[in-house]
Design a protein around this ligand. Structure first.
Ligand code: PLP
Length: 378
């Protein structure tokens, strides 16, 4: 069976976790600090704050951006449900906007959904393909809105020559095993603002004025205060030590992923009825997933396509979900009209892509798809 995805974890990563455990300092401490510094340096961001996952990263970003009760935040419905949930956590309302063919927010549609309650735009770099940050930024400055980037899938991707993480005030990453590098679970927020940096670090640890590392190293007796109601959104030092090693491999992983994506592209680019991912000029994707779109002209429908591949022991997944179609957001369904997002969900298929993926497997997947193109419509 060829799986859809697999994290790339090595003995070196395991050794790092092992070594950290034996130091006796296993939750947020020196390794978390080192991971943050290295992550900021990698992305070109001013500051980085490690947290327990990308969902909590998004939640804290909403808080520091000042989003709350009665506010509206524009985001794509077509995204993992954590995107919309993070808006609900602060009592605000997600307003779903349409996406383009690259599964990313369509700036023209976004602008149509702005009203006097709109406070922010939460853009998503879907499956690693950068969204048009500059176009969304322009809208934000025209209407005085906050911008938050959901870059859960986009570590290692770049936009106009700069790594994702360096473009705006709040960018949230995930280290879930389904993403490009993993710490089991884990998240990171990069920010360009010192005030956000300070508050994010407070909020992830119950609003505690002095962190454990500082207190531990202090030669004077010092007492902490809890300045505001915060959360336990800490990353552990065990996770961070794995993250440090994963980060060293990131560029190589992205290069390898792009080679596989390129093989799919070359083999499938002239096939009638299949639309491939489009990487525009000065956009650089880490190919967290490789999604193809089956047009009406393709001989078989999407579900049959997935079944045929499964019968050949090739795992696939359907296109990215639409949050407004999930039970938790069904009450919004009547109010939204998102034909592009829905069609993309219904007609897209994610193909297997992970590192390392053996040459024969890629070839077998391509050959199997090519055979399906020979089927006559039934
Ligand atoms: C995976 C994902 C998340 C959630 O990340 P976690 O680290 O699992 O909380 C949020 N947004 C998008 C777009 C994702 O793909």
């Amino acid at each position: 069976m060829i799986p859809i995805a697999k994290p790339y974890l090595t003995a070196e990563d395991a050794q790092a976790a092992y070594d950290t455990i034996l130091t006796g300092w296993i939750t947020q401490g020196p390794r978390v600090q080192e991971f943050e510094e290295k992550f900021a340096a990698y992305t070109g961001a001013k500051y980085a704050v490690a947290v327990s996952n990308c969902t909590t990263a998004l939640h804290l970003s909403m808080i520091v951006a000042g989003i709350g009760e009665g506010d509206e935040v524009i985001c794509p419905s077509m995204s993992y449900i954590a995107t919309a949930n993070s808006i609900k956590y602060v009592g605000a309302t997600p307003v779903f906007a349409e996406v383009n063919q690259e599964y990313n927010l369509d700036p023209t549609d976004v602008e149509k959904r702005i009203n006097s309650n709109t406070k922010a735009i939460l853009l998503v770099h879907q499956i690693g393909m950068p969204a048009d940050i500059d176009a969304i930024k322009k809208i934000c400055s025209r209407y005085n809105l906050k911008l938050i980037e959901d870059a859960a899938c986009a570590v290692g991707s770049a936009y106009k020559g700069q790594k994702i993480g360096s473009h705006s005030e709040l960018v949230c990453f995930s280290f879930h095993p389904r993403k490009i590098i993993s710490t089991g679970d884990g998240g990171m927020i990069t920010t360009s603002r010192k005030d956000y940096y300070d508050r994010l670090r407070l909020l992830r640890q119950h609003g505690m004025s002095i962190n454990d590392r500082v207190r531990h190293n202090s030669k004077k007796v010092i007492f902490e205060d809890h300045i505001e109601v915060g959360y336990n959104y800490r990353m552990t030092d065990i996770q961070a030590s794995v993250g440090i090693k994963q980060l060293e491999k990131l560029d190589w992983i992205v290069t390898e992923r792009r080679k596989i994506a390129n093989k799919y592209h070359e083999a499938l680019k002239n096939i009638e009825g299949i639309r491939l991912p489009l990487e525009r000029e000065r956009y650089f994707s880490n190919y967290q997933s490789y999604s193809i779109y089956l047009e009406k002209s393709f001989p078989i429908n999407r579900n049959r396509f997935m079944q045929e591949l499964l019968d050949n022991e090739i795992a696939t997944r359907r296109g990215i979900m639409n949050s407004h179609r999930e039970t938790a957001y069904k009450h919004l369904e009547d109010k939204v009209n998102l034909p592009v997002s829905e069609k993309l969900q219904d007609r897209s298929v994610l193909l297997p892509l992970y590192v390392p993926m053996i040459e024969e497997d890629v070839k077998f997947i391509i050959d199997t798809i090519l055979k399906l193109t020979q089927l006559k419509t039934v």
